[in-house]
Structures are given as C-alpha cells and as structure tokens.
Design a protein. Structure first.
Length: 241
C-alpha cells in the first residue's frame, strides 16, 4: 500500500548548478562550490544533541497519540481512492542527502495517464496549488489540514526529518537553486516550520526559500516550541475547523 506520487528521478542534471552523487550509501545533491562554506553554521549542544533527542521522543509520543487518526485517514483513503495509501517521494535533506519521504496519498490513481494532468505555470512558481484537478476532495482536506504529512513522523524516527525545520524539498526544485539557497540544507528539514505556518501559497519559490533561511538564524528550543505551538491553530484554520 505504498506508492510514488510526483517522485523525481535521481540522476545527473544537465545545466544545473549541482550534480547528484550516487557513489555513497545514499544519493546526495552535491553543489559545485565549497559545501563547507554553504553549510557553515554554529552547531551548539542543542543542534547536535538536544534537538535530535527531542525529535525522536516527540515523534514516538506523537505516533502513540495519533495512531487512531492515522488509521482513520488510511481507511478513508483506501475506500475513496484505493491503493496505495502511503506514498514515497524523493526529497533533499541534511547536507543535500536525498531520502525517501512518506506521505498520505492525496491524488487520483494513475494521474500520469490521466487527461487532467496539471502542467500550468502555477505549479512551477509555487509549492502547491489548490487548483490542481488531480487532487481528490479528501486529498484537498488532508492537504489543507496537513494530515497528509502525518506519516512523516516515521521519517523523524528514522533521523531524516526533524519536528521543526525548513520544508523538505523535491530534488527537481533543488536542482534550480542558486548556490546561496542550498544553505537551507545546513539543518534537517522539518514536519513544520516557518513556511508551513505562514500564508505563502501564492509566493514564489525564491521568497519561500528566503523565509526558511531565517530559521537558521535562531535554531533554538524556544524558537522550535513557538513554531510547533503556532502549527495547530494554522492547521485548524486551514481545515475550516
């Protein structure tokens, strides 16, 4: 019951300012410049020890508490859309390493062969589009409330994602980054973050990246708690609750 939705191929990208390194145990985006300078930042005790520990503890507790919601969503997806229920997508994480991200499925089956393929300019300029005809009514609700991202707590347990951090971005979008934008990968991507709790659905990718870089200026327990506390009201508002 696991499939792929919008999964970008991982291979050499001609014309991009980066290349894909497949020589290691996991593929990575390898910027063609001094990565030590790109990812340079102060890594104090919180980033090195406290934040990873809190991530795993928080994710485990969250999965224990929300497993009934996960079960209900999974059943609803299976009834309305069939299999698969969980999707796998290739995203770029810490230091440019590519990892598999888990999400609930939100689009109709066989979308690549569908007559309603969405290829408008809006898709290239923004992260998501509410007008994408491939998104089902249930999928739209899951996206608005961020419930489609609940499986990402598994990614947190695996160590690929943090509870708070920049948006885990697709390989194809990172391939279009300018060198300065790769600094967002100096920390792990997060389930929630500044981009997720702000009204940025109509903003350009460039503006969203700049916003997420602001998080790197204050990676702290107080900042992470503030973002997490602001996440629930945003989810409720977008879901019409």
């Amino acid at each position: 019951m696991i499939g792929n939705e919008g999964e970008a191929s991982v291979g050499p990208m001609v014309g991009a300012d980066l290349e894909i390194d497949l020589t290691g145990s996991s593929p990575a985006i390898a910027p063609l410049f001094d990565a030590s300078q790109t990812y340079a930042m102060h890594r104090g005790l919180y980033i090195r020890v406290v934040k990873p520990a809190l991530d795993r503890i928080g994710a485990l507790l969250a999965l224990i508490v929300i497993w009934p919601i996960i079960a209900i969503v999974a059943i609803a997806i299976f009834i309305t859309m069939g299999s698969p229920v969980i999707l796998r997508q290739q995203r770029v994480g810490l230091f440019g390493k590519v990892f598999t991200l888990y999400k609930f499925r939100t689009m109709a089956p066989d979308r690549r062969g569908s007559q309603t393929e969405f290829v408008g300019d809006e898709r290239r300029r923004t992260h998501k589009s509410a007008n994408d005809p491939r998104i089902t009514p249930l999928g739209g609700l899951l996206r608005r409330t961020r419930l489609d991202e609940l499986p990402q707590f598994i990614n947190v347990l695996l160590g690929d994602v943090s509870l708070v951090g920049p948006r885990p971005e697709m390989v194809s979008i990172v391939a279009q980054y300018e060198p300065w934008q790769h600094r967002r990968h100096a920390v792990k991507p997060g389930i929630t973050g500044l981009w997720q709790i702000s009204e940025t659905g109509d903003k350009l990718l460039f503006e969203c990246t700049q916003m997420e870089l602001e998080y790197l200026e204050d990676v702290s327990l107080s900042a992470d708690l503030s973002i997490m506390l602001r996440t629930l009201p945003v989810m409720a508002r977008r879901g019409g609750i």
